[in-house]
Write a protein that binds this ligand. Structure first.
Ligand code: HSE
Length: 285
């Protein structure tokens, strides 16, 4: 039996739609594997009732097939499905790591990114690597045509998760088909600022660089209470706030000293909008 912990992630970070991702210190899935003649999957933990155990329909079944690594796979979900915190990606990344080791496939973590991304496509319909890459590699990742680049980063964040859900399909449905040159230029500038901020572990630059006028405003409309939560987090000291992945999770970047106040403000603001939530005070890493 081999056990792997696979962290939650936050994709996009506002200005890096389908490009940026970060690994979060918490929550995480735990994936356990042992060799077997054919793949079977058991899922426990948060939201497990919504996750199919049929290997043809589960993200980790495709990973086992791609690695030609049949196994009994037990997934203990710590990352709630449809949260915007890379739930299916965490399971796919964890299974890829564990099965690679179980069968001595000798692949690097970077080699496993496209394999885990294919697994994720089973549930989301499209193979995005912006969640599996940080779950496998840690830190801050950039997924682009040229491949994946990664830098270690340590930035305090609050990932606030309302009890509501948003499907990735719906969240992709509201993404505009086009954008003005002016807003593209602004977004490129913000993305570059954020990247520099990650290399300097600077929460002010990272927070400022999360601003995005193209995708985030449309997705924010799908999250009850989002604008109030954003305002409350900024007032409590957050340096930037955005939708985490496809939502409904909301990600705030802050200095360590204001992390607790930011988390409390976000929970209160969701509460005022009639939505229960929980906040993970954690770190990109
Ligand atoms: N980049 C993707 C999105 C992440 O925001 O739709 C979710 O799979």
């Amino acid at each position: 039996m081999l056990t792997v912990r696979a962290p939650a992630t936050s994709a996009n970070l506002g200005s890096g739609f389908d490009v940026f991702g970060v690994a979060l210190g918490a929550p995480a899935d735990v994936v356990r594997v042992e060799r077997a003649p054919e793949t079977t999957i058991t899922v426990t933990g948060v939201g497990s009732q919504y996750i199919p155990e049929d290997p043809a329909k589960n993200t980790v079944g495709a990973v086992a097939e791609a690695l030609d690594a049949p196994a009994h796979i037990r997934i203990d979900k710590g990352v709630r499905p449809s949260s915007g915190l890379g739930s299916s990606a965490a399971s796919a990344a964890g299974a890829a790591l564990a099965l690679n080791e179980l069968y001595d496939r000798g692949l690097s973590r970077a080699d496993l990114v496209p394999i885990a991304a294919e697994g994720e496509a089973v549930v989301s319909g499209e193979a995005h690597a912006d969640n599996v890459a940080p779950s496998l590699l840690g830190g801050f990742t950039v997924v682009a045509d040229g491949g994946v680049t990664q830098v270690d980063a340590s930035i305090p964040v609050v990932a606030c998760l309302p009890e509501t859900t948003v499907s990735t399909r719906d969240a992709r449905g509201v993404v505009p088909d086009s954008a003005s040159l002016e807003s593209v230029v602004d977004t490129v500038g913000n993305a570059a600022t954020l990247t520099v901020g990650m290399t300097r572990n600077d929460p002010v630059l990272v927070g400022r660089g999360m601003d995005d006028e193209i995708v985030t405003p449309e997705r924010a409309k799908l999250i009850r209470g989002y604008e109030d939560v954003r305002e409350a987090a900024l007032e409590a000291g957050a340096t930037g706030v955005t939708v985490s992945g496809a939502g409904p999770g909301v990600l705030a970047v802050c200095r360590r000293a204001s992390q607790r106040a930011v988390a409390a403000a976000m929970i209160d603001a969701f509460d005022s909008a009639g939505v229960d939530s929980r906040a993970y005070q954690t770190t990109v890493g």
